[in-house]
Design a protein around this ligand. Structure first.
Ligand code: BTN
Length: 247
């Protein structure tokens, strides 16, 4: 990963830049990094705060030879790699909220956005976008985000080297990706469950089919999450917005 790096001082979104490169045939592992994004994108059509020089805003081209339904597994894999790497480097209590937010004390420090292009049920490419709020201070966030978002610097009380994080994370990501391609998703799922803060916490989930409450109990092979409801029944959720833990 990162054999070919495209570095920008400023872009609208590294996702768009990486997607253009992918369409033009860029090989797997092509990495786009930017100091600043003027139109950083989050999941569910939201924005992503990406001020100049304060974080890691990156997108990578992947070309795995797997069916299209494996894309969610790669999102979870990316979250595991990032969580392991950041825990190692910062020693902060970082956990994964399903599917792929990284939290410290309930506040978000990183987000992952996977976008894929497919042809005949096979993946043509994936653009994996990762935003890591490394050295942002409270002033960098709009007021209304301060209860929900934080940075490594705010939490640790000191700045971190962005290049050291990128290097370590890319190595971890590549190791887990090789494991996934050789052995499938189950080893990754076990790691995800061990790093997750969502398992065992009662939550409200807003799914395309409606709202429900329950306790996430584990991952499916597909990357979906199994949720136990008050009556003991288990439902499998593929896509949802997960709320704050309920007591
Ligand atoms: C989320 O949690 O909603 C996902 C956030 C993803 C942000 C990253 S920053 C690099 C890449 N470029 C973007 O425009 N978005 C992703």
């Amino acid at each position: 990963f990162g054999q070919s790096v495209h570095y920008y001082e400023q872009v609208k979104s590294t996702q768009d830049a990486a997607r253009e490169l992918a369409e033009a045939g860029a090989p797997e592992g092509t990495l786009v990094l930017a100091e600043e994004q003027t139109g950083g994108r989050g999941r569910m059509g939201r924005g992503w705060v990406s001020p100049q020089g304060k974080g890691i805003w990156m997108s990578m081209v992947m070309r795995p030879h797997v069916p299209i339904h494996c894309a969610p597994q790669l999102t979870l894999l990316t979250a595991v790699a990032l969580c392991r790497s950041l825990r190692r480097l910062t020693v902060l209590p970082i956990g994964i909220k399903w599917p792929n937010d990284l939290l410290i004390h309930g506040k978000k420090i990183s987000g992952i956005l996977l976008e894929s292009a497919a042809e005949d049920e096979r993946l043509k490419y994936i653009v994996a976008g990762v935003g890591i709020s490394v050295n942002l201070s409270e002033r960098d966030y709009p007021e209304e985000l301060l209860t929900k978002a934080t940075s490594l610097r705010i939490e640790a009380g000191g700045a971190f080297s962005r290049s050291a994080i990128v290097k370590d994370f890319l190595a971890e990501w590549e190791t887990l990706y090789d494991l996934f391609l050789q052995e499938g998703f189950s080893a990754i799922a076990a790691l995800w469950e061990s790093l997750s803060v969502s398992i065992g916490q009662k939550v409200r989930l807003i799914t395309p089919q409606g709202e429900l409450e329950g306790v996430p109990v584990g991952l499916e092979e597909s990357g979906a999450i199994r949720v136990e409801r008050a009556d003991g029944s288990i439902v499998t959720i593929f896509s949802a917005e997960m709320g704050e833990p309920l007591s």
